[in-house]
Design a protein around this ligand. Structure first.
Ligand code: NDP
Ligand code: OXD
Length: 317
């Protein structure tokens, strides 16, 4: 018998149990035992695999026979922030074209909201005013910069390129994506920012990227640029975002992620006239697709085959 521990809010467990039960036999896992942490009794030594998103610190390190851990999200900062995380156990992140596409849609939607000045149109409608708000610059002259040009960043960039924007991506290593300018490494960050009228953050949260969306970075953008953060709340220094908006260095921001989630009711970001707040729903992992990935991963591990999408512990993503 192979035992998988589900580390999720207990009320979510049924959403994941049924797809996992459905997926297991097709991957040759006739005997997959599902245990829900916080609901079912178990001995730590019984657990072969675990899945979750933001497990309690110390929990995974207390499971002595773990063979692999599966993240239900693309981002794994919720695992690696645990000082007792068992780094010798492979951590598999969720990489899925449907999730990347949802994220790309979010980026396209919010780029167009800002570029087409859609909030001005809505405000005019509220006053029954016929105001034809138009882009400040032509689309081909509007630079969209994507911080974090990986699985999701590339998909978002390709969609935005196809809409006619001048897209560039920034990553650690250079990329070769037709029609998109690639900038790599710290030295290239300044020139990348200088041409980004709309800046989209799709970086993983690591010690290097924490707090990257700060006053110093905003000052390197063209005056009046827009910010879209769909990565992690800890990438942005909230006070700096508000200051940059109030000073006009930023014209607007779409924020999907926050230092504290759910965003507390009294947080000033909610009511700021230049900010669109969305509740960390830019892209949601589909349980059926995730169950297929997890079952395939467990089956591969049981056969002694290599796992896909394993996090590099040294890089932290
Ligand atoms: P990837 O690992 O595929 O891409 C990460 C990119 O960031 C890579 O291009 C990488 O460079 C680059 N990068 C990492 N560190 C640095 C650094 N220090 N300097 C420069 N570039 C760096 O991740 P995904 O695209 O799959 O996901 C990105 C993030 O999106 C996730 O980590 C998660 O936080 C967030 N997310 C948010 C969701 C939401 O609903 N809001 C949903 C899903 C994901 P290189 O390619 O050279 O390695
Ligand atoms: C993810 C997320 O990382 O939903 O997948 O935030």
């Amino acid at each position: 018998m192979t035992t998988l521990l589900l580390i999720l809010p207990v009320r979510w467990a049924p959403i994941w149990q049924a797809p996992l039960r459905d997926a297991a036999p097709a991957h040759g896992l006739s005997n997959l035992n599902l245990i829900v942490h916080g609901k079912d009794a178990y001995a730590p030594g019984d657990i072969d695999y675990a899945l979750g998103f933001r497990p309690d610190a110390g929990l995974l390190g207390s499971l002595p026979k773990l063979k692999a851990i599966f993240s239900l999200g693309a981002g794994v900062d919720g695992f690696l922030s645990d000082p007792a995380f068992p780094k010798h156990v492979p951590l598999v992140r969720f990489v899925n074209p449907a999730l990347s596409l949802e994220m790309a849609q979010y980026c396209v939607l919010h780029t167009l909201i800002h570029h087409r000045r859609f909030r001005t149109t809505l405000a005019a409608q509220a006053e029954h005013k016929w105001t034809q708000a138009m882009p400040e610059k032509g689309t081909a002259k509007t630079g969209v910069g994507i911080l974090g040009f990986g699985e999701i960043g590339i998909m978002a960039g390709e969609r935005l390129r196809d809409l006619g924007f001048a897209v560039a991506g920034w990553s650690r290593t250079k990329k070769d994506v037709p029609g998109i300018e690639s900038f790599a490494g710290e030295a290239a960050l300044g020139p990348f920012l200088a041409r980004s009228d709309i800046l989209i953050c799709l970086l993983p949260l690591t010690p290097e990227t924490r707090g990257v969306l700060n006053r110093r970075l905003f000052a390197q953008l063209p005056k009046g640029a827009y910010l879209i953060n769909a990565a992690r709340g800890a990438h942005q220094v909230e006070a700096d975002v508000i200051a940059a908006l109030n000073e006009g260095q930023l014209s607007g921001a779409s924020l999907d992620v926050f230092e504290t989630e759910p965003l507390p009711k009294d947080n000033p970001l909610w009511a700021h006239p230049k900010i669109i707040v969305t509740p960390h729903n830019a892209g949601l992992s589909d349980p059926i697709a995730a169950a297929q990935s997890v079952a395939a991963g467990i089956a591969a591990a049981e056969r002694g085959q290599p796992l896909q999408n394993v996090v590099d512990m040294a890089r932290g993503y």
